[in-house]
Design a protein around this ligand. Structure first.
Ligand code: CP
Ligand code: NVA
Length: 330
């Protein structure tokens, strides 16, 4: 069934219904198959896309750029320090200027208010490429990867392990309940998500047949899980928190014992990336030594195992972001 998502922004997964998310996933799968077959329909020919980044990015930036070129659009990267956004010019003013020049705007940054302001004033679709609160385009790639592995989403058990109140946990919780999944957060209670968001997601779960469980008990939370998902312990902008987070999250590192505790051989491992799975990372170097760690949120053996689908997941960023741009602009 066709859905008209034209001119819609994508700030959180709350913006789309279950049917609309399904439509975006189907479109992603089609665009992926087309690309593999060498079919490029150029659905965004001559469109101009602004890519605003206050924080660094590998996957999100590259996915937007590749998807834009694949569809015939022109992406323009506007990095930190390149534009006046919020400093010499209000976000509302920048939004109105960019909206006169560009057909769509991607924003990655700190405050979620900035992305909502851009959407309010620009008059063009705005896509959230990560804020401190949400990372919705990542979740589309995650859902596509889960669907590719299990054929369906409804009823599948997804356990997010780690910082249960970060942008990934928040967004996965919304996406999972919208798709009728059994979603668990395994975290110390200090890092449980905000009660208001949990309440709203529980309301959605009632409609979709989904489920939400918050737990600090490893064996209970991962039991029968189809997907174990983790993210960094310290998100961008929270670097002062390393010591506190390591103390809280060390017992929740994803390792082979935790993977076995699902009781299923078919369980897959996902991570939005970048991941601290060994000592070969600069930011981790001092931290690893200081706290005597070989890895942080996931051990090297799990990350490199055949259960790990992180490269499919990363690739799926392109196909899903392409679907979002094509559906809202094409
Ligand atoms: N997963 C993700 O958003 O990666 P980047 O920070 O590299 O964009
Ligand atoms: N929670 C992480 C996600 C990175 C893609 C962060 O915000 O840094």
């Amino acid at each position: 069934m066709g859905f008209n998502l034209k001119n819609r922004s994508f700030l959180t997964l709350m913006d789309f219904t279950t049917e609309e998310i399904n439509y975006l996933l189907n479109l992603s799968a089609k665009l992926k198959a087309d690309k593999y077959a060498g079919i490029f329909s150029k659905n965004l020919l001559n469109k101009n896309i602004a890519l605003i980044f206050e924080k660094p990015s590998t996957r999100t930036r590259c996915a937007f750029v590749v998807a834009a070129y694949d569809e015939g659009a022109h992406p323009e990267y506007l990095g930190k320090g390149d534009i006046q956004l919020g400093k010499k010019e209000t976000v509302a003013d920048t939004a109105r200027v960019l909206g006169r020049m560009f057909d769509g705007i991607q924003f990655r940054g700190f405050s979620h208010n900035t992305v909502t302001e851009l959407a309010k004033y620009s008059g063009v679709p705005v896509w959230n490429g990560l804020t401190d609160k949400f990372h919705p385009t990542q979740v589309l790639a995650d859902l596509l990867t889960i669907r590719e592995n299990f054929g369906a989403l409804k009823g599948k058990k997804l356990c997010f392990v780690g910082d249960g109140r970060n942008n990934m946990a928040n967004s996965l919780m919304i996406g999972a309940v919208k798709m009728g999944m059994d979603f668990r957060i395994l975290a110390p209670s200090e890092l449980f998500p905000q009660p208001e968001l949990v309440k709203e997601c529980k309301r959605i779960a009632k409609e979709t047949g989904g489920k939400i469980t918050l737990s600090s008990n490893i064996n209970q939370a991962v039991k029968d899980a189809d997907v174990i998902y983790t993210d960094v312990w310290v998100s961008m902008g929270e670097e002062a928190e390393y010591e506190k987070r390591i103390a809280l999250l060390k017992p929740f590192q994803v390792n082979s014992k935790m993977m076995k505790a699902t009781g299923k051989k078919s369980t897959i491992f996902l991570h939005c990336l970048p991941a601290f799975h060994n000592r070969d990372t600069i930011v981790g170097e001092d931290v690893y030594q200081k706290y005597n760690l070989d890895a942080m949120e996931v051990t090297e053996d799990v990350f490199e195992s055949s259960q790990s689908k992180v490269w499919d997941e990363a690739e799926n960023r392109v196909h899903t972001i392409k679907a979002v741009m094509v559906a809202t602009l094409g």
